[in-house]
Design a binder for this molecule. Structure first.
Ligand code: ADP
Ligand code: MG
Length: 537
């Protein structure tokens, strides 16, 4: 039953309505221009709806109607290369039809009916299909979409060959149609058979990450960093060089012109692995700061649900978000307008648990049909004023497996990526050092210890040198500082605009080995009495 009623009040990003019988998270059409909203609170006499679209001009008394369903996304062939808003409307088409200030958005399908796909049946008419059994597949470039028979039945007809996405590819004897796409409510994680322990390195091509603070495939990382510390550039580099099948990019609440620039850049990026356009294996889901705040949450959830869809096809997906702070700010705004008891710095008390259950959607899994797929998450955090004690950074610190802290001082010195090599950490470090020793080189772990040791000694020596002066240090210490400098400038820093932007594990290994070999040989010679000046020539 579709519930109807009226708007009784408007407050910031939410409206209260008198519609009876609405459910929490039910999708609602608000006002005579039918803006999309979602129920966020149900009380005895009123229900509160967060609205995803521009509410200018909306008035009390306008009609509201429930939909009987949650906010869903469409999943199927044709999403790749797409650029969507939080409600999964193709942004470019939207801009073309309504200009950059989207008011009353026309209903739009995420999947283009004009495209024709080739359906390859795996079953034939008369076959009995069990629940969730595959009846065929659609090939989209290198990606294969398996089409399930849903609840199953006896096939009356099955298609063979070209079809348009909104036509059924099969019909059961009871008249039920089978489509090559499916709908899924964004707030409900898609099921899998079991979660597997994340193992194996997510190659990001960034030495400071892959070597010092690695992220596992199926793992999660947050990148907190103040304005201008390189979050966006680092995420782009990771998007470009990671050894994953699909990149899902959630652009959240950054300024409109920045986002437009980012989209433009993304369209130009070439893919190191396939030598084609990166966009051919990327989906973008973005909203900008001039869109209503509630839309930020929609983009995040819509994007992760699409990521889960690809994971379920047996693919490795990299989920990037820039930045989750804007999402948290939206939660704060909604929470304030709901008059909830505020937590730290006005964020809702459930900020941490909301983030934790979101991050839970990452992981390496055995899918419902026995494939292996993964979602790795790398989430940028933009703490106001670069203050890392603020709640969003702290919530990220507690929930993510790796914490890649971007350092304003390093960024000022133009040391990029500005990942601080003392204050970052990775819970995957130990396992992945072993993994890399087994898969890339038996020397990996030993080199890692030595590299860490030199960086730490440098830090201590620096303090000593501040007191007694650099000249007062022993030659062996000065050699150590020299090696540390080499590690910092020749190994940990990596210019995203140069040929060095991508460092595969073999290159990472040989680069650190080169520095370590030099250091060890020089240390030996120093002991034999060769003067330091001679060695540093
Ligand atoms: N890896 C990098 N290599 C070279 N320059 C970089 C790198 N990362 C950041 N930068 C420089 O820093 C600037 C700011 O980076 P950006 O990613 O936009 O910061 P943020 O998103 O944290 O505000 C860039 O325009 C670029 O000049
Ligand atoms: Mg940025």
């Amino acid at each position: 039953m579709i519930m109807k009623g009226k708007i009784t009040g408007i407050s910031g990003p939410t409206v209260s309505v008198d519609v009876k019988g609405l459910k929490l998270y039910e999708m609602v059409l608000v006002g005579s221009i039918k803006l999309t909203g979602e129920v966020v609170r149900v009380e005895e006499n009123r229900t509160i709806v967060q609205v995803y679209e521009d509410m200018r001009g909306l008035a009390v008394g306008e009609p509201v109607q429930g939909s009987g369903a949650s906010l869903t996304v469409t999943l199927g062939p044709g999403l790749i290369s797409g650029i969507f808003d939080g409600l999964q409307r193709p942004l470019k088409k939207l801009w073309k039809e309504s200009g950059p200030f989207i008011r009353q958005a026309p209903e739009m399908n995420a999947l283009d009916s004009a495209l024709h796909w080739e359906f390859h049946p795996l079953r034939k008419a008369g076959d009995k299909v069990l629940r969730d059994e595959m009846i065929g597949y659609v090939q989209e470039g290198v990606f294969r979409h398996f089409i399930s028979g849903g609840e199953g039945g006896v096939l009356a007809r099955i298609h063979d060959g070209k079809f348009s996405i909104h036509e059924p590819v099969g019909i059961f004897e009871d008249g039920k149609e089978i489509f090559a796409y499916q709908r899924w409510p964004v707030r409900i994680p898609r099921p899998y058979r079991k979660k597997l322990p994340s193992s194996g390195l997510l190659v990001t091509g960034q030495r400071v990450i892959d070597f010092l603070y690695p992220v596992a495939k199926g793992g999660t990382a947050v990148i907190p960093g103040g304005f201008g510390t390189g979050k966006t550039i680092l995420e782009q580099a990771i998007a470009k060089f990671s050894d994953v099948d699909i990149v899902m990019y959630a652009g959240c609440g950054e300024r409109g012109n920045e986002m437009a620039e980012m989209i433009e850049e993304f369209e130009q990026l070439s893919d190191h692995w396939t030598k084609r356009k990166l966009l051919e294996r990327t989906v973008l889901c973005v909203n900008t700061s001039n869109m209503p705040v509630a839309a930020r949450e929609a983009s995040i959830y819509t994007a992760v649900t699409m990521a889960e869809y690809y994971r379920d096809l047996g693919l490795h997906v990299l989920f990037l978000a820039d930045s989750i702070s804007r999402w948290a700010e939206a939660l704060r705004e909604i929470s304030t307008s709901l008059e909830e008891m505020p937590g730290e710095e006005g964020y809702p008390t459930y900020l941490s648990s909301r983030l934790a259950s979101f991050i839970e959607r990452a992981g390496l899994v055995e899918t419902m049909d026995g494939r292996t797929g993964s979602i790795s998450m790398i989430l940028a955090v933009s703490p106001p004023g670069g203050d890392l004690t603020e709640p969003v950074t702290q919530a990220g610190l507690r929930t993510a497996g790796a914490f890649l802290m971007l350092d304003t001082k390093l960024a000022h010195r133009r040391h990029f990526p500005a990942v601080n090599w003392f204050q970052s950490y990775s819970l995957y470090g130990k396992d992945l050092a072993k993994f890399c020793s087994e898969n890339y080189s038996p020397e990996w772990e030993a080199l890692l210890f030595k590299c860490r040791d030199i960086l730490q000694r440098e830090e201590q020596l620096r303090e000593v040198a501040e007191i007694i002066g650099f000249e007062g240090l022993q030659d062996s210490d000065r050699l150590c500082m020299h090696a540390a400098e080499k590690i910092r400038s020749g190994f940990l820093s990596q210019n995203a605009y140069s040929d060095d932007a991508f460092s595969p594990p073999a290159k990472t290994l040989s680069a650190i080995k080169h520095i370590m070999d030099f250091f060890e040989t020089a240390s030996e010679k120093l002991k034999q009495g060769v003067p330091l000046t001679e060695l540093l020539k």
